[in-house]
Design a protein around this ligand. Structure first.
Ligand SMILES: [Zn+2]
Length: 446
């Protein structure tokens, strides 16, 4: 009986290379991979290969690092409303659904991601399950619940006044902030997430709901335990305060102003603006029956934020790509690469620059040393994708799964030939809506 053995090495031959470092695309550059390591790049690669190497002809394609999504909610399960997210996702169900969804990321070319706040604190167990081979998925770093104050986060009065619900852990006094931060590190958090702004009924936009002192209580405690912090900031003031408190990675940074950019530069923080969610809502929301009453506000937020994020980029602030996948407007496996496209369209970056933001800069999200992952250079982690065509000429290729020829994770090829995973709705998972408008007498008797 013939034994099937997995080759220990993979050699991509004849493709062009975009190595993620920002270097220009190089034609005809071979790449040799083995489990967890890129062995050789360029003319030496074929000569360094083991006899049983798997040779793959990739002429006409581009070899590049796998994408790293710095903002992905793998445990949310694509809810269409906060009601579903907070009240229709029991922990056991949520974990099964997350395990069903996480392989989709890999099959969309995402070889690493950060989920900074998960419901029911599920993230670290999922991360460890992926690492142990229980579930197929990209490399993952994880937070637990996001830390909120009693003023809330992005779900208004659904957020309780204290305790935990969904993705939220509501803080009281400084002692509770310090204790919870320490507990999160104990229970496996790679990152501590803070919701610095929240939506409060009767207020336009999000309000800053943390003080500088409270933010420092988180960052000082986390940093003392060798753990970075990440913050949801949808105002200039919140971005400035987060940077002043020493937050390592700022999400959204909406309506950034000069003072906030200065604080971010001074602190050495990075930004993951996460344009994709808003852009999906603005561009495609109507097609799926989304609430479109605020489309003009969101379009304004995108434009105002993009101009200042560009200023921050020019001042040397590292930008990461995050898609906010995990909602009905950003289902898993579909939109991870759109953020790179938006970096080109909204920020005016070159496709090559956008690729470095979506690959190399993601090392921060994965808590790996710079240039040890997210780049195709000898010695780096063997997370590589092969795309049909030239993404430096057309960045939108990265969002088209049909153009994805190969995905290699940790040196092992991922099977892209299987059908895309599909499933039926679970009992109690979705919230029904009685009607879209009131059934008044006038509707039936005009
Ligand atoms: Zn988010």
């Amino acid at each position: 009986m013939a034994e099937t053995t997995t080759p220990s090495q993979v050699l991509f031959e004849g493709g062009a290379l975009v190595d993620g470092t920002g270097a220009a695309r190089r034609d005809d550059t071979d790449v040799l991979l083995e489990p967890d390591r890129i062995v050789a790049v360029g003319p030496d690669a074929a000569g360094s290969a083991a006899p049983d190497v798997q040779r793959l002809d990739v002429r006409g394609c581009t070899v590049m690092p796998g994408l790293i999504d710095a903002h992905c909610h793998i445990t949310f399960g694509e809810p269409a409303s906060n009601d579903e997210l907070f009240f229709h996702r029991p922990a056991s169900t949520a974990m099964l659904v997350a395990a069903f969804n996480v392989p989709k990321l890999l099959r969309a070319g995402v070889t690493g991601f950060l989920d900074a706040d998960c419901i029911h604190d599920l993230g670290p167990a999922l991360r460890d399950g992926i690492e142990a081979g229980l579930v197929e998925g990209p490399r993952m770093t994880s937070g637990l619940n996001a830390l909120l104050t009693a003023a809330g986060g992005t779900a208004g009065r659904l957020i309780p006044d204290g305790g935990q619900l969904g993705y939220a852990h509501v803080m009281g006094d400084r002692d509770e902030i310090v204790r919870t931060t320490r507990q999160q590190v104990k229970y496996g958090a790679d990152w501590i997430k803070i919701h610095v702004t929240g939506s409060v009924p009767n207020h336009r936009g999000e309000l800053t709901v943390w003080s500088l002192d409270e933010l420092r209580a988180v960052t000082d405690t986390a940093h003392a335990l060798d753990t970075p912090t990440i913050a949801h900031c949808r105002s200039a003031e919140s971005t400035r305060l987060a940077a002043e408190a020493g937050v390592d990675l700022i999400l959204h940074a909406s309506y950034l102003d000069e003072a906030a950019v200065e604080a971010v530069v001074e602190a050495g923080s990075a930004i993951a603006p996460t344009f994709t969610f808003l852009a999906n809502l603005v561009d495609h929301g109507a097609a799926v029956g989304a609430m479109t009453t605020q489309v003009d506000i969101f379009r304004g937020e995108l434009e105002a934020t993009a101009a200042m994020v560009r200023t921050a980029y020019d001042a040397g602030v590292p930008l990461l790509c995050g898609s906010e996948s995990g909602f009905s407007l950003t289902p898993y496996g579909h939109w991870h690469a759109r953020e790179l496209e938006l970096f080109v369209d909204l920020l005016g970056l070159t496709p090559l620059e956008a690729i470095s933001c979506g690959t190399r800069n993601g090392a921060l999200a994965l808590r790996r040393p710079m240039d040890s992952i997210g780049v195709v250079v000898p010695g780096a982690a063997a997370d590589v994708v092969v795309v049909d065509g030239d993404p430096t000429a057309d960045i939108s290729l990265l969002g088209d799964r049909r153009r994805l020829r190969h995905v290699v994770s940790r040196g092992r090829p991922v099977d892209l030939d299987r059908p895309w995973p599909t499933r039926s709705p679970l009992a109690g998972e979705a919230v029904g809506v009685w009607s879209r408008q009131l059934l008044t007498r006038e509707v039936v008797q005009p």
